[in-house]
Design a protein around this ligand. Structure first.
Ligand code: ZN
Length: 200
């Protein structure tokens, strides 16, 4: 029997990288080859960073953010507005809102309700949100779930659950993107933007 073209060590690396989101087998082969060509100068810092992240990074017990500290640096930062909680699906959404210079605090659900994928309220961090919404300092909850069917369903469900907490519930606006041209927008976005028009 002929020896395999790719050694098991290299193939194992390709298989591991191919499991990462956004990296199919082809990208995994390219990334592996890049690392092998660069040698230890590229691989050792990567291995160290992965080991360090695995050992030190954990979810925040309050908001669900990922950090080396629990509670995370956002939950403990006294300069951030503790009266506003922004509810997002995933940590990636928190990172996006940080780029938008939001200065309140967050609550990460860990996904959205989905009948298709069998994800119900108990699979998400909704009970924790209801507890936080009852705190006297919290006055506004911003629902920043995605503008997908599941994201909207989740926002409606949370609105019902928060009804008796006495907080103002707001939703991120949907509409014409900055730099967008009307002629290129889908009908749903344009209809929502027309309904959400404001005095100018
Ligand atoms: Zn936190």
């Amino acid at each position: 029997m002929a020896a395999p073209v790719i050694s098991p060590e290299i193939d194992g690396l390709i298989q591991l990288l191919a499991k990462l989101p956004g990296l199919g087998p082809r990208s995994a082969r390219r990334a592996t080859l890049h690392l092998l060509k660069k040698g230890s100068s590229a691989m050792e810092p990567l291995a160290r960073a992965l080991t360090e992240a695995a050992a030190r990074i954990k979810p925040c017990g309050i908001c669900g953010n990922l950090d080396t500290e629990d509670p995370c640096h956002i939950c403990t930062d006294p300069r951030r507005d503790a009266s506003i909680l922004c509810v997002v699906e995933e940590v990636a959404d928190l990172w996006a809102l940080e780029r938008a210079a939001y200065k309140g605090r967050y609550h990460i659900l860990g996904g959205v309700l989905s009948a298709l994928d069998g994800i119900g309220p108990d699979d998400l961090n909704i009970a924790g949100l209801v507890d936080r919404a009852r705190a006297p300092e919290v006055t506004e909850i911003i629902l920043a779930t995605n503008a997908t069917v599941d994201g909207q369903t989740t926002a409606h469900y949370i609105t019902d659950r928060l009804q008796e907490c006495g907080v103002t519930i707001t939703r991120l606006a949907h509409g014409v993107p900055v730099g967008g041209e009307l002629d290129y927008l889908d009908d749903g976005t344009l209809t929502t933007a027309m309904r959400a028009r404001r005095p100018f």
